[in-house]
Write a protein that binds this ligand. Structure first.
Ligand code: 5GP
Length: 194
């Protein structure tokens, strides 16, 4: 049996990574995380083959030209992220459902590519004001960076209607449970062929 594709996108600071970490080991969901390739450098404790496959810009370009990616985007100027076809195959061929943490353009493209075999979920902040409060609470960014992130978030939220479902993260427990429930019903539906 081949696994399905679950696409999760959200503006930065919306809690997407936390939601993924909460549901990834849910035994009813049979999820496997899609390890993307990126040309950015590892941060902190990140390791090659764990959070990402870290490759150089040159290697990224070569592999893109060779058609090795399902999709790829220059998410930040000069920094590319993409999903390798080999990664989709590695996870889905083992029967696991592939969960992808990807940006809005990538999410829309993957959904187009896999159609009914994919479920796309967009995580929304309760409001832009709340997102700003959360970004300030992290205390990692200066005012200019926060303004840039908020501008990007507004742009990204414009893609939300292109997703199959939207989940507002006003409470991390509830949002994680909602995402898990959506995935469960999608898996049940596709298994029975309805
Ligand atoms: P970060 O560098 O903070 O880990 O990720 C930056 C952004 O890149 C996030 O919005 C994440 O969803 C996106 N991203 C990660 N992997 C992929 C991918 O394979 N394809 C696309 N299009 N975006 C990705």
């Amino acid at each position: 049996m081949k696994g399905k594709i679950i696409i999760l996108s959200a503006p930065s600071g919306t809690g997407k990574s936390t939601i993924i970490s909460r549901i990834i080991n849910d035994p009813e969901l049979h999820l496997g995380f899609s390890i993307s390739a990126t040309s950015r450098a590892p941060r902190g404790q990140e390791q090659h083959g764990c959070e990402y496959y870290f490759i150089s810009n040159e290697e990224f370009k070569q592999r893109a030209e060779a058609g090795e990616f399902v999709e790829w985007e220059e998410v930040y100027p000069g920094t590319c992220y993409g999903t390798l076809k080999s990664e989709v195959e590695r996870v889905t061929s083992s029967g696991l459902n592939l969960i992808m943490d990807i940006d809005v353009k990538g999410g829309v493209n993957v959904k187009k590519c896999y159609g009914d075999q994919a479920l796309s979920i967009f995580i929304l902040p309760p409001s832009l004001e709340e997102l700003e409060r959360r970004l300030r609470g992290r205390a990692t960014d200066d005012d200019a960076t926060i303004a840039k992130r908020l501008g990007k978030a507004e742009y990204e939220i414009g893609f939300a209607d292109a997703y199959d479902c939207k989940v507002v993260n006003d409470d991390i427990d509830k949002a994680s449970a909602n995402v898990a429930a959506l995935i469960k019903s999608f898996i049940a539906k596709t298994e029975t062929g309805n």
